[in-house]
Write a protein that binds this ligand. Sequence first.
Ligand code: UDP
Length: 487
Amino acid sequence: MVSFSSTNRVAPVATTIKQAYVSPRQNVPSRQAIALISDHGDPAAAIGKEEAGGQNVYVRQVGEALAKLGWQVDMFTRKTRPEDPAIVQHTPHCRTIRLVAGPEQFIPRDQLFKYMPEFVEAFQAFQSKEGTNYPLVHTNYWLSAWVGLQLKAQHNIQLVHTYHSLGAVKYQAVPNRPAIADQRLAIERQVLEQAHCVVATSPQEQDALRTLVSTQGHIEVIPCGTDITTFHAIPKSEARGTLGFDNGDAIVLYVGRFDPRKGIETVVRACAQLKAGAVHKPQGATGTALNPDKLRLVVVGGSDADNADGLERARIEQLVRETGLVDQTTFAGQIGHNLLPLYYTAADVCVIPSHYEPFGLVAIEAMACGTPVVASDVGGLKFTVVPDETGLLVPPQDTDAFAQAIDRVLTDELWARKLRRQAPIRVQQNFSWSGVAVHLSDLYRRLLAQSISDTLFITPSRLAQPEKREVYTARPEIAAATLTKVS
Ligand code: UDP
């Protein structure tokens, strides 16, 4: 159960006015309601297709784990299909609420901004209808950040934001910036400077925020996680048997969306080099030689012929034909988390060739299953993958380097065995959803306690200086000391 009593000096007073923040909903009287907003990433959607990836998983997993810790979690998203239910109850205290904002159809996220005012209105209408006020709103991605900023301007809420992707980084890597770019960059800056806390999912993201977005605002690093009860090692031969893969194959796995930014092209070209035996082995390399006939590339991820991911899949299939890999490549399609552990375990190596990756859930899922990872040396992958301990990091889009790294994992069995042992330990110790939720829950409690103490100790002189009301410190003991002086 979430409790607002704590050992800091604000606590005794905070408990006396806590009632003002407790949700009046009759059916969940003892739980504090909070809202997670993920306008374009439906937490109840099937994962692994167009624009449904890490963000959906993050919001859903965090939501369910926070509910286990005692919160009432309402996750808001935009309704994209008339036939979808408006409310999906995941667990007794965690649900997805689909709000109508714009046409009930899939709209690419770069074209969604104009519907955000409707989203704000629908959110407020839902609150009124349910008689709920969410004192804390955690937004995801810049479109939801705008929603959160509007809510913050109108209500006494604590605003927390997770970016999932940063325009300032993304636009460095794309030749043509979309029309919405300037708007996005401005909102990403505004939310960093004005939210009560921004959650960076890796120290690398924190650095990017500070160097590319703004030096102002409060950031805490809380990583993404994975469900270690779902993603864990099982015997490789068992996994291969179930999936129909040959025990003697050298299996290279890609898992993720079909998006040019994901760099699937690089893994295909690297496999073509491996097949041709054109990989340069570094001096002193140990291990056996790869049998090119045994090489198998498995590509997991959904696509829809009518959408952008369908185009990318067609492009990759064409490349597979051109490089002579048709007989050695399997396109497995979209696979749910119930079966994905079989794919990770069946593989000898999981390759993440992204041009940029804010966090990269696939890396920790693979590692949790004891599969070494060869990944681009970018973003959150620098944080999760430890070179020589859980896999290897190589420059993005560098086909030669990817081919060499994959070859090493496939041929240096003694060394690969060490990686397989160490990878799950790293995930269990650092990246479980339950651990992530404990950190987030602690952050929420501190913010809510702080907002209560701010309300209590606010003085006429502080009211006259609105900027002072925006000051947030994540350390309640500092806040308490300051506020004691003011009072
Ligand atoms: N995923 C899935 N089925 C698929 C392909 C991907 O469930 O067929 C999931 C994958 O397991 C991971 C998420 O989609 O949880 C991808 O997250 P990641 O952070 O790696 O990439 P993003 O999609 O956010 O760019």
